[in-house]
Design a protein around this ligand. Structure first.
Ligand code: ZN
Length: 879
């Protein structure tokens, strides 16, 4: 699954469920289905009319009972079960549902006395249910006059659509039949086996699936258009609502290339019968890897080739490669239980990025992807960070665990292991793991086992320490006489934080340093807290050491004395763009930990602003924006504007305002970032005027550079009036293509006139927005410290309506709207979210993380604010 781009503060979401319970036992119920009853196959018949409130269905689940027992347990959440029969060769007995807990765990016993004897049975259940209306489970939605039904079952939502054995380890074949009003199409995981039409009803029977867990089933019902994807090893299509097929070209071009690259890596064909990519207009997440029927939020799938920005091309590539990688990691081999969700997500993220980079090297994904990785590094530097692998104590809000740590920390650790073991040994391990567990389940230990066999190394000892405990190591090197270094490791934490546990990792460290005969690379496995290492090829301390070569290690690092600044001076000559990017990220971490003074950091950014690589410059821009968030108060706006210009103006001059013919996508991708920061924070009037002109051209129907369009619109809004506001709203209401909606909402949220800010906030509820869209407006207020208070007050005042409109899983992230660098909102947020009415399970964990974030920001401002302020003001006076 992919949902990074959907939720409130990308990167600041997700943590552990705040409640402690004994492993394996859920709050108020039983977490796992009992041993002794095994489901072996399930057929499902659904009678669906998306235009009606409710639907009916029946399931038959084949069971093997291995010991006498009093009950049969399964999952069904708030379903109206009309009858439950347990049928065997000897006849049928009615079962009564005795209990159903809040997680949908149902215990059913035979009416009257009598145990259930060992043997084979079929559990037959007839039921009725209402469609969900907020983009989860089996849900309905209306576009124009047409009704549709879609599904989203991960993690534990299939049980709210029909009775099932809703656990990832129950991988069984499903036989699905869906009855719909004649004229509607139905899409599911497998090809259609047969269709019957009688009177007004169409009955579609699908081929039996390969063994799947229930969370990977998918159904889409409505009037669709089907666009074939040529050049794949199996039949493939894009499925869209009527009238949208002209927006499928980009993904039709990309998909065969990704699929072929994955098939090469895995040395086998795509494992399922067919592939449909389904564009869903209302969707909670970004995309979901249902085998044969990948669902996407349409804004991430449908693009007009002419108006598609470089950023959108990158996102489409990332999402598609990630979801396709899941066909192997997750679908062919599934985690045994949700505590190993990283086996799905970390691998899909790692594999997806690698394949996207292989197919489209010009997108610079291996460098730009580090910005997402940084989110995990950063989260892991706080005490609220939790281990990637942890006991799952409830399935409610289970995907709150699917945070940056599960995706990007796991991805980073996998990349580190691959670097350590070597590509070939690592791949042999992956292939052996796939072969051994295909169509079944696996755990962390299974993966280490396969890797160890392929490489002859103790992979578990290295991997487990990164997965089973929180935190990111800090590796410090001290240069000694004679060409040795002393390495030390400890947990890296932001300033003032202390861990209650001493933690150690086994860290594969790849370093690079200059020797008389050129730059050398050396690898060390640091297993203890401290180790002295002789550097081959040198007899005296090298002037600099790059302690994280290729930026593949999951750790922060420092070298003593002037080695870091010497390396910074040499960076453009001796470090790759990826390493320079990593160097800047590491520097921002050192700032937060107190190891680098704020003025030194601000100065470092100025130096890297001249970097020839556009992706490295984008890291500088990120650093500049962070200085804004942490340090810049009202009276510092003018010196900060001058700093922004000094840091970024040169870079924008070098690449120019207009895209050059055939320029590298990385250049087109950094231009809007530079333009936006210079125009807004840099107060560059010329750019603002230019943006307004381009905006007028766009509104009158002329073509405008798609990569810059969003920036133009938001910049024009800075000085815009009510008339421009209305024009943006009309454009938004005129049914723009899905991927354009975000740009327009971002622009609507960018006006700086108080009355228009209020109108923008109101529009997030009263405008014709989809349930997943209000955050697009609200988040934009969070970018500007001075506007956060207004957005927060509005969220408080409109909480109940907002909570009703958003997809249910979004509401736990509402505490993040109190974030910032000032204490004012903390107490209000604590009080507000302590009210049970505002506190669905999971909210508490987000609140705690937000509080830690704000306290850290206040501490940083206290500690470094004056130094940074002095540095910024110095820049105003000529030297
Ligand atoms: Zn995923």
């Amino acid at each position: 699954m992919n949902f990074k781009n959907s939720i409130a503060r990308a990167g600041l979401l997700g943590a552990l469920l705040g409640i402690v319970a004994a492993p394996g036992v859920a709050r108020g119920g039983v977490l796992r289905l009992p041993d002794g009853v095994r489901a072996t196959a399930q057929s499902i018949v659904l009678d669906l009319d998306p235009a009606k409130v409710d639907y009916r269905g029946s399931v038959r689940i084949d069971l093997t009972v291995s010991a006498p027992r009093a009950d049969i347990c399964f999952h069904a959440l708030r379903l109206d079960m009309k009858s439950i029969l347990l049928r065997s060769a000897r006849g049928a007995r009615a079962l009564l549902p005795e209990t159903e807990d809040e997680e949908g765990f149902v215990r059913a016993r035979p009416a009257g006395d009598g145990a259930i004897a060992p043997g084979r049975y079929t559990l037959e259940i007839d039921f009725a249910n209402d469609f969900d209306e907020r983009a989860i489970s089996l849900y309905q939605l209306k576009v124009g006059d047409a009704w549709y039904a879609f599904t989203q079952f991960e993690a534990a939502e299939a049980r709210a659509a029909f009775p099932c054995f809703d656990e990832p380890s129950v991988k069984i074949p499903y036989q699905l039949e869906v009855r719909v009003p004649a004229g509607l199409d139905v899409v599911s995981n497998t090809p259609i086996q047969s269709t019957r039409t009688a009177k007004d009803q169409r009955s579609v029977r699908f081929q039996r699936t390969k063994p799947l867990p229930s969370y990977l089933l998918a159904i889409a019902v409505g009037e669709f258009e089907f666009t074939p994807i040529p050049g794949t090893s199996i039949p493939a299509r894009v499925v869209t609502l009527k009238g949208k097929r002209h927006l499928t070209k980009p993904v039709v071009e990309m998909t065969p290339r990704f699929l072929a690259a994955l098939e090469r890596y895995f040395g086998r064909r795509y494992p399922f019968e067919k592939l449909d990519l389904i564009a869903v207009p209302e969707y909670t997440y970004g995309a979901m890897e249902n085998p044969g029927a990948i669902t996407y939020s349409d804004q991430y799938l449908l693009f007009d080739k002419k108006s598609m920005s470089v950023q959108q091309r990158r996102t489409l590539a990332r999402f598609t490669a990630h979801e396709l990688a899941h066909m192997w990691f997750g679908d062919l081999v599934t985690m045994e239980w949700w505590d190993d969700l990283w086996l799905n997500e970390s691998f899909a993220e790692w594999m997806g990025e690698r394949v996207a980079d292989e197919v489209y090297p010009e997108f610079d994904m291996d460098v730009s992807g580090l910005s997402e990785m940084e989110t995990a590094y950063d989260d892991d530097s706080r005490l609220t960070a939790r281990a990637i692998r942890r006991d799952v104590t409830s399935v409610v809000n289970l995907l709150q665990n699917a945070d940056a740590l599960t995706y990007q920390k796991g991805q980073s650790v996998i990349g580190m292991l691959e670097r350590w073991l070597g590509r070939d040994a690592f791949r042999r391990g992956v292939l052996a793991y796939m072969k051994r567990h295909e169509w079944g389940n696996a755990t962390e230990a299974d993966l280490w086992q396969a890797m160890a066999e392929a490489s002859g190394r103790d992979v578990a000892a290295v991997g487990a320490a990164f997965l089973n405990q929180p935190g990111i190591p800090l590796v410090r090197a001290e240069r000694l006489e004679g060409g040795s270094i002393r390495l030390r490791q400890s947990r890296f934490l932001n300033f003032g934080l202390r861990d209650s546990v001493d933690r150690l990792w086994r860290v594969p460290i790849v370093m690079r340093y200059p020797t008389p005969s050129g730059v050398k690379e050396h690898t060390v496995l640091l297993t203890d807290g401290e180790a002295t290492v002789k550097l081959p090829g040198v007899n005296e301390p090298p002037p600099w050491i790059q302690l994280n070569a290729d930026q593949t290690g999951y750790y922060r690092w420092r070298v003593d004395g002037d080695a870091m600044s010497r390396l910074a001076e040499e960076a453009a000559r001796v470090l790759s763009p990826r390493e320079r990017y990593g160097f800047l990220l590491n520097a921002s971490a050192l700032l937060k930990s107190g190891a680098m003074p704020g003025d030194e950091y601000a100065k470092l950014l100025l130096a890297f602003g001249a970097d020839p690589d556009p992706s490295v410059v984008s890291a500088v821009a990120t650093g500049v924006a962070a200085i804004r968030l942490y340090f810049v108060t009202d009276e510092m706006e003018t010196p900060f504007a001058s700093y922004v210009r000094r840091a970024l103006e040169g870079a924008l001059d070098r690449i120019g305002l207009e895209p050059a013919v055939g320029e590298a996508p990385a250049v087109s991708a950094v231009r809007p970032t530079l333009f936006g920061l210079l125009a807004d924070e840099g107060m560059d009037e010329t750019l603002r005027v230019y943006a307004r002109k381009q905006t007028d051209r766009y509104l009158s129907g002329d073509a405008v550079d798609p990569s810059l369009l969003g920036t133009y619109l938001s910049t024009a809004a800075l000085g815009g009036d009510a008339e421009l506001f209305d024009r943006f709203c009309r454009k938004f209401e005129g049914d723009p293509i899905p991927s354009e909606r975000g740009r327009l909402l971002g622009a609507i949220a960018s006006f700086r006139v108080s009355a228009l800010e209020e109108r923008a906030l109101a529009y997030s509820l009263d405008g014709p927005l989809k349930p997943q869209e209000p955050f697009t407006i609200l988040r934009k207020f969070g970018d500007q410290p001075g506007r956060r208070e207004r957005a927060w007050k509005w969220v408080l005042a409109n909480h109940d309506r907002l909570a009703k409109k958003l997809p249910a899983v979004y509401t736990i992230y509402l505490p993040w709207f109190a974030v910032g660098c000032e204490a004012v909102r903390l107490e209000a947020a604590k009080a507000f979210f302590s009210d049970p009415a505002h506190n669905p399970p999971g909210t508490e964990a987000e609140l705690l993380k937000m509080v830690e974030y704000v306290e850290e920001c206040m501490g940083l401002r206290d500690r470094e604010g004056e130094r940074v302020g002095r540095f910024l003001r110095q820049g105003l006076t000529p030297p």
